[in-house]
Design a protein around this ligand. Structure first.
Ligand SMILES: Nc1nc2c(c(=O)[nH]1)N[C@H]1C(S)=C(S)[C@@H](COP(=O)(O)O)O[C@H]1N2
Ligand SMILES: [Mo]
Length: 348
């Protein structure tokens, strides 16, 4: 049912994920073997002039480089998981270079009523996803560069969509078709893995307001505010009492991280962590806070607030809202227990 690999977050420093360590979530087993000279991107549908672009033609258009994370909607901790990589490794952050999708859509001329954009990958199973035209014209990239080099085969070589802040499936790899359409589509993979039935509750956490009802279920678009302590984290061992710097990562699909608070006493008190500048929009943000461990058992947690004022929920708040069926995703607070002997455990 596909190929998956996770980002080794506990082993990384800084905020950029080396390309070779970017997590992989592919429904087909292997990346399609694409000759970049033969590859074509077709932009068609409800447009005035359908166009077919070669990679060279795309690279001659105005381009931008932007740092953004991509996170799979399934990037949520489960009680039985132990390490940071297992629990949160379906996120990575890269500098992406490419042509704004708005440039391509302006070239073809969107007809009135063309309110949605359907995209398709070139692998045998042709993953597809549809997004509102407003997002497509805003900050979406047709990316060919990742951290200063060509995108790696597993991550979409030679061309992928980067849809900042939207859940993983929108970032269609091996991009070969963009079709302007008049409504959201519920493609095979979206129906199978990325929507939720009877998502009728209209109030609650803001992330719900970012979903879109599409007949057979609801899409989830923006990833909610989230953070996780990367050091110390699951299965690591502190050598003894004394001074430590707690380090972590925070992000939000809605914008930039405004604040990260850390609790070192099981949630009784919270202190503001230092955010590493510059804080970029829809990118991993590093935070640090000093901590002196007295050698007693305790629980460490972090909580992110984004620039829209959305606050990362607890695991309990998230579960309450979604009910027992739960969504296959979650941005709940990650608690790490530090035991007397310094062992760090997942206590979700
Ligand atoms: N063509 C295509 N695009 C795809 C996928 C896929 O299977 N095929 N997987 C999606 C999913 S579910 C995620 S989470 C992201 C993962 O991107 P990555 O593999 O580069 O980390 O790509 C998305 N784009
Ligand atoms: Mo995903």
């Amino acid at each position: 049912n596909g190929l998956d690999a996770r980002t080794p977050l506990a082993e990384l420093t800084g905020t950029i994920t080396p390309s070779a360590l970017h997590y992989v979530s592919s429904h087909g087993n292997n990346p399609p073997d694409i000759d970049p000279r033969e590859h074509r991107l077709t932009v068609y549908g409800m447009v005035d002039r359908p166009l077919v672009f070669t990679l060279d033609e795309l690279m001659r258009l105005p381009s931008v480089s932007r740092t953004h994370f991509i996170e799979c909607i399934a990037n949520a901790p489960r009680p039985e998981e132990k390490t940071l990589e297992e629990m949160h490794g379906m996120i990575a952050c890269s500098e992406w270079t490419g042509v704004p999708l708005s440039v391509l859509l302006d070239e073809v001329g969107v007809k009135s009523g063309g309110d949605w954009v359907l995209s398709e990958g070139a692998e045998a199973t042709k993953l597809g996803a549809s997004m509102p035209m407003g997002k497509a014209m805003d900050d979406v990239l047709g990316a060919y560069g990742q951290n200063g080099e060509a995108i790696r085969p597993h991550n979409g070589f030679p061309l992928r969509l980067v849809v900042p802040g939207f859940q993983g499936k929108y970032h269609v790899k091996w991009l070969q078709r963009i079709k302007v359409v008049d409504r959201p589509y519920m493609t095979y993979w979206e129906k199978r893995s990325y929507s939720k039935r009877a998502a009728s509750r209209r109030t609650g956490p803001d992330r719900m307001a970012n979903s879109h009802e599409a007949g057979q279920g609801a899409y989830f678009m923006e990833q909610g505010p989230k953070s996780v302590i990367t050091y110390p984290s699951g299965e690591q061992r502190l050598p003894g009492r004394g001074y430590y710097t707690i380090i972590g990562l925070a992000w939000s699909g809605s914008g930039s991280v405004r604040r990260v608070e850390v609790s070192m006493d099981g949630g009784r008190t919270w202190n503001d962590a230092k955010l590493q500048e510059p804080v970029k929009r829809i990118a991993l943000t590093r935070f640090t806070i000093p901590w002196t461990w007295n050698g007693n058992e305790t629980v460490l947690q972090s909580r992110c607030t984004d620039d829209k004022g959305q606050v990362q929920p607890t695991q309990a708040e998230f579960a309450n809202f979604w009910g027992s069926s739960g969504a296959p995703h979650g941005n709940g607070i990650q608690p790490w227990k530090v035991t007397n002997d310094g062992t760090v455990l997942n206590v979700v």
